[in-house]
Design a protein around this ligand. Structure first.
Ligand SMILES: [Zn+2]
Ligand SMILES: [Zn+2]
Length: 203
């Protein structure tokens, strides 16, 4: 068969290997992108929904109407959940439909089933196009995973006490992990230690 998405040879599957990997990655990214929508409601430098003051500002609210609309309809969560219901119905017709469980849980579930979807789910191409469209929509609103600096890695990397010292970057909605040494900062205690051992800035 040819891949439903790109038309390349897909063996006996609906999606080629490359498009299967991309679909899994986009499912993984979607919840964090969706969560970032909320931040975009806060006008920079102001509080929530502060009226625009000054001449010529007019009645326009300082929030992005498209963002409000997406949030209001909760579209990503609705679309992805409907897809999960359908995949489960095709795969396990005897099971009852899964209850609403939120976008992150639905994306995780679908990502875990992605190999089955690519091989056995007749609407795999349609699903991939749907997920890519949601992602494009979020990105087009200026929602981006911009990493924020989170200090220097304080992990000890050898038995001489050498400290890693790499710059840590945090992606919104993800846990903090050093890209150099792989050290994770997850618990409150990890983060407190990270803070404590930051080199003091010379004032
Ligand atoms: Zn393909
Ligand atoms: Zn490190």
């Amino acid at each position: 068969m040819t891949c439903d998405l790109c038309g390349d040879d897909a063996g006996d599957r609906y999606l080629c290997e490359r498009d299967t990997v991309i679909l899994a990655r986009h499912l993984d990214e979607l919840p964090a992108l969706d969560a970032l929508l909320l931040m975009h409601l806060v006008p920079s430098g102001g509080g929530f929904y502060e009226p625009v003051s000054g001449r010529g500002a007019g009645p326009r609210a300082p929030v992005n109407e498209d963002v409000l609309n997406l949030l209001h309809t909760n579209r990503a969560a609705t679309v992805v959940h409907a897809r999960r219901v359908d995949v489960q119905r095709v795969r396990w017709p005897q099971h009852s439909a899964p209850p609403p469980s939120g976008l992150p849980a639905d994306c995780r579930w679908l990502a875990m089933e992605v190999e089955w979807i690519a091989a056995e789910y007749p609407a795999a191409g349609e699903m991939a196009r749907e997920v890519h469209a949601l992602r494009r929509e979020l990105l087009s609103l200026g929602v981006e995973e911009r990493p924020a600096r989170a200090g220097l890695c304080v992990a000890v990397t050898d038995d001489q006490g050498t400290v890693c010292g790499a710059v840590l970057e945090r992606l919104p909605g993800r846990s903090l992990r050093c890209r150099w040494c792989g050290c994770r900062y997850v618990t409150e205690q990890d983060l407190a230690l990270l803070e404590h051992y930051q080199p003091k800035e010379s004032a």
